[in-house]
Write a protein that binds this ligand. Structure first.
Ligand SMILES: Cc1cc2nc3c(=O)[nH]c(=O)nc-3n(C[C@H](O)[C@H](O)[C@H](O)COP(=O)(O)OP(=O)(O)OC[C@H]3O[C@@H](n4cnc5c(N)ncnc54)[C@H](O)[C@@H]3O)c2cc1C
Ligand code: FES
Length: 321
């Protein structure tokens, strides 16, 4: 049994329990989002022992050296004394300027940040509502001078944040937005390189931003192949925009895939990742982007590597929840 000292109180952790879980079980008010080591909302600092390597994955070298760690993926091996970072996360106020349905369970949300927010298309931000609920969402547009951010938000039946977006969030209301994070974005240079992008559901959001960035801002001339997967046609919510993009850019190719019943020849039957990897067997020198459902992302990353893609050229965003 290990003991966690936080805010001058001691908490006993149960077997295999993360530090975050111990704190929440004891009704401590600490920030968190994904609970899976992706969003970095829960960042804390250990004041005694060096935290486990695993709990520091994705943090900057300087943060690691100062014993910062992610309590949501830290199972303590020794007693710990911890504190919230005194730097505090910087949140920018943003106003909802557009909200509309993209499909039965996906909402398009446009925010206007009151201050400039630097980002690469494809990165994600954490959104926080007034109740303090924080979740990560990928930015679906490209950087612009009006500080606008676009999101595709899938509504889960009992999802705390997504239901808030669907039922309560209105135009004119404010949300807090974190700085942009993540390495899943277009990388300048190698404009002749072939790009393979695979996304399921709202995994399309970052991919759409990346493709626009490649074509509109970087004049990417290599082939760009997007495979978007959904169970049924209603989930292919950007079909018209992507077909239009295909008409305007001869190097862009869009393959909408349906894992459920296929009623039209416009769609390819099967899972987007399998169809993509069967079509492109050799991925040496390709750049690969994988976004959406975590199992799909992990499995496809392994397969893409086995089919020749370099791990350095595989960019992923697993929508952990
Ligand atoms: C880096 C990153 C980027 C992301 N980008 C996006 C994005 O662009 N768009 C987007 O929509 N989401 C995105 N997500 C996911 C998002 O952060 C939230 O996890 C998601 O919106 C759910 O939050 P919630 O508060 O609505 O649900 P929560 O209250 O957190 O509930 C989630 C729970 O719902 C359960 N669940 C999962 N799927 C289903 C289902 N089909 N039916 C019923 N229950 C289910 C899960 O088991 C989980 O326990 C991203 C996540 C990460 C980590
Ligand atoms: S809650 Fe810990 S990293 Fe997201």
């Amino acid at each position: 049994m290990t003991r966690i000292k936080f805010d001058d109180q001691f908490f006993e952790s149960e077997n295999d329990e993360t530090v975050l879980h111990t704190l929440l079980r004891n009704n401590q008010q600490v920030p968190y989002g994904c609970k899976a080591g992706a969003c970095q909302c829960c960042l804390m600092r250990s004041l005694e022992n060096t935290p486990s390597e695993k709990s520091q994955v994705g943090l900057k070298d300087t943060q690691q050296k100062q014993n910062y760690f992610l309590p949501c993926i830290c199972i303590p091996e020794n007693d710990m004394t911890i504190e919230l970072p005194n730097t505090g996360a910087t949140w920018l106020e943003s106003e909802v300027i557009e909200k509309k349905p993209l499909s039965e369970n996906v909402i398009f949300l446009k925010l206007k940040s009151k201050e400039p927010l630097a980002f690469f298309a494809g990165q994600f931000v954490n959104l926080k509502n007034e109740a303090g609920v924080i979740r990560s969402y990928s930015i679906a547009n490209i950087p612009n001078s009006t500080h606008e951010l676009e999101f595709h938000i899938r509504i889960l039946p009992n999802g705390q944040f997504s239901r808030f977006v669907a039922d309560e969030l209105e135009i004119g209301m404010l949300l807090s937005v974190s700085h942009a994070q993540g390495s899943c974005h277009y990388v300048e240079g190698k404009s002749e390189q072939s790009l393979l992008l695979v996304g399921t559901g709202t995994g399309l959001a970052p991919l759409y931003g990346i493709i626009r960035d490649a074509l509109e801002n970087h004049n990417h001339i290599g082939k760009i192949h997007l495979f978007h997967g959904s169970r049924d046609a209603s989930g292919l919510y950007f079909e018209d925009k992507l077909r239009e993009m295909e008409k305007n850019h001869s190097n862009f190719h869009y393959t909408p895939c349906l894992s459920g019943e296929v009623k039209s020849r416009k769609y390819t039957k099967g899972r987007a990742n399998q169809i993509a990897l069967e079509k492109f067997i050799k991925l040496d020198r390709w750049r690969v982007y994988l976004c959406g459902q975590p199992d799909m992302v992990l499995q496809t990353k392994k397969m893409a590597y086995m089919q020749g893609a370099s791990l350095k050229e595989i960019y992923t965003d697993a929508f952990l929840s």
